[in-house]
Design a binder for this molecule. Sequence first.
Ligand SMILES: C[S@@+](CC[C@H](N)C(=O)[O-])C[C@H]1O[C@@H](n2cnc3c(N)ncnc32)[C@H](O)[C@@H]1O
Length: 186
Amino acid sequence: MSIPTHGKYEWLPILYDFVVTLEPKKIIEFGPGRGYTTIAMAKALDENNIDGHINSYDIWDDKYWGGHNIAQAEFDAWSVANYITLKRCDFYEWIEDGCEDFDFLYFDINNTAEKIEILYESVKNQIAEGSVVFFEGGSKERDSYGHNGGSMYDIKDKVGYKILTGNVKYSASAIYNPKMYDLDFS
Ligand SMILES: C[S@@+](CC[C@H](N)C(=O)[O-])C[C@H]1O[C@@H](n2cnc3c(N)ncnc32)[C@H](O)[C@@H]1O
């Protein structure tokens, strides 16, 4: 496994393992920022001969997280550009346009409980049929940061998400149909 060292997201190997296990053909990502999460997923495709592609969407509203050219340069440097279509696309417009189908969706747009609930309500039919959502956050500790939009932990049972990391700030969680998968890599 050859993936970037993120500095914050110690769970990038879990994201990689999800892609290896699920072998998704169509991956959607919201919030690549400068592209490290995208690269982890693309490397999972590349190193395991998985015939998948990533549509990666961001609005780059905050320079801290990079920009289109910075992310594209990272994809080139990691030799994964051919696995990724990087576009400006707003999550809320994507919802209004009816949510395209996906096998695997990675969600990371300065997450709040409100955003996770909007995502879940919009794609729950796809999840019931086997699509999997992986998102940044979900731990109790995460609620101490970026709190506006309510507590993520309080909607855990309603959304049915599973926490994949310890109780740390930079946690990660997944939503999937438990009758179809047993996805525990912790
Ligand atoms: C926490 S950063 C992503 C970190 C990144 N995944 C990494 O590997 O470091 C959040 C990103 O979400 C983007 N974003 C915020 N609101 C968005 C929206 N409504 N639609 C799409 N992207 C959004 C921001 O521009 C930013 O790049």
